[in-house]
Unconditional design. Structure first.
Length: 98
């Protein structure tokens, strides 16, 4: 059964944005929204994870959890999802100084 997904990307290759646009709508630059099956969602996420490089990506999708959604991340990021007794919370890490 199809479900709503949101994929947010930052600094990813243009060809990845094109691939995501085939299955979802780019509401604003880097934010992709659509209703797709779990199989398509998982295949898209595999592609995103493989080519995100130095960029970052976050996937939100509906799921049978307490919060009603699940979260996946790829790439370098300051926000790290952690599980806290079944709830997904976001932990901020320190900024990297050059």
């Amino acid at each position: 059964m199809p479900s709503m997904v949101v994929i947010a990307t930052t600094a990813v290759p243009d060809h990845l944005r094109g691939a995501l646009s085939r299955w979802t709508a780019e509401a604003v630059p880097g934010i992709f929204v659509g209703t797709i099956s779990a199989r398509v969602r998982d295949e898209l996420w595999t592609s995103v994870s493989a080519v995100v490089g130095d960029g970052q990506a976050v996937l939100f999708h509906t799921a049978p959890t307490e919060q009603g959604c699940a979260l996946r991340t790829a790439g370098t990021r300051r926000r790290v999802p952690i599980d806290f007794d079944g709830l997904t919370l976001i932990r901020m890490t320190a900024a990297v100084q050059p």
